[in-house]
Design a protein around this ligand. Structure first.
Ligand code: SAM
Length: 233
């Protein structure tokens, strides 16, 4: 994308009523929306699904269209990508969608304990280097952060083309004694899981078109895995 177009999108981002772009200082003592997303933004107490690393937000917007009785929040650090999701949901008149531009690391400062009912992690960067292992969105430090906002037994859905990341995540689940609900390699070779196949993200389309198998899993967190957990370790 040309830098002129990018700047125009950043300017438009400032005017979307459903895009929140907190600065670091806004989050230090907890964001003003923490614990209030349902009451103050969506004006209801419907369940909230959060998509982390949502990119252009296809999943968030697609789910919001399908499930008007639920609320959806997409989160990413890249404003130019979020613009697409903001624009599409705005043009469709969807009232059950919001976007947050910030680092996923900050979720405990943006949402309150038990505020999120379900989580989606869609095609996260694989971060293959060992030194960046804790940057993987399915690593124990991230699961710990999700445990701070997800309701008990809230489902985490994870889709990726990257088999090493998928296998790594299975190990993390086993080591943490988390509960694996479904684990599927090559999703599109199966007859079931129609629901999960019904929306494709930007990266999912790219990887599918290149012939990569798409993998999917669902799990819930074991709260006991996080006693004494310290993300700074
Ligand atoms: C490979 S893209 C996938 C985007 C989208 N989910 C899709 O499937 O098309 C990964 C996205 O995660 C975002 N991301 C990666 N790490 C992040 C972090 N720690 N905080 C916020 N966003 C992050 C990137 O900005 C990027 O948009």
């Amino acid at each position: 994308m040309g830098s002129k177009k990018k700047l125009a999108h950043f300017a438009e981002n400032l005017n979307f009523p459903h895009l929140f772009q907190p600065e670091y200082d806004d989050l230090k003592d907890g964001y003003y929306m923490q614990g209030k997303w349902g009451k103050d933004f969506f004006n209801n107490d419907n369940p909230i699904t959060l998509e982390v690393g949502c990119g252009k937000g296809e999943y968030t917007v697609g789910l919001a269209e399908k499930y008007p009785e639920r609320n959806f929040i997409g989160m990413d650090i890249k404003g130019a990508r979020l613009w697409r999701g903001c624009k599409d949901s705005f043009n469709k008149g969807l009232k059950n969608v919001a976007f947050v531009r910030n680092y996923v690391q900050m979720v405990p400062n943006i949402f309150a304990l038990d505020e999120i009912d379900e989580l989606w992690i869609t095609f996260p960067d694989p971060q293959p280097k060992k030194i960046k292992i804790n940057k993987r969105l399915t690593s124990p430090p991230f699961l710990y952060r999700y445990s701070k906002i997800l309701k008990k037994n809230g489902i985490i859905n994870f889709k990726t083309d990257n088999e090493p990341l998928f296998d790594y995540t299975l190990e993390v689940i086993e080591e943490g004694n988390h509960k694996l609900i479904n684990s599927v390699k090559d999703l599109y070779s199966l007859d079931n899981f129609d629901e999960v196949k019904s929306i494709k993200t930007h990266y999912e389309k790219l990887f599918s078109d290149q012939g990569f198998a798409i993998n999917f899993m669902q799990f819930t967190l074991n709260p006991e895995a996080f006693f004494d957990f310290n993300t700074k370790k």
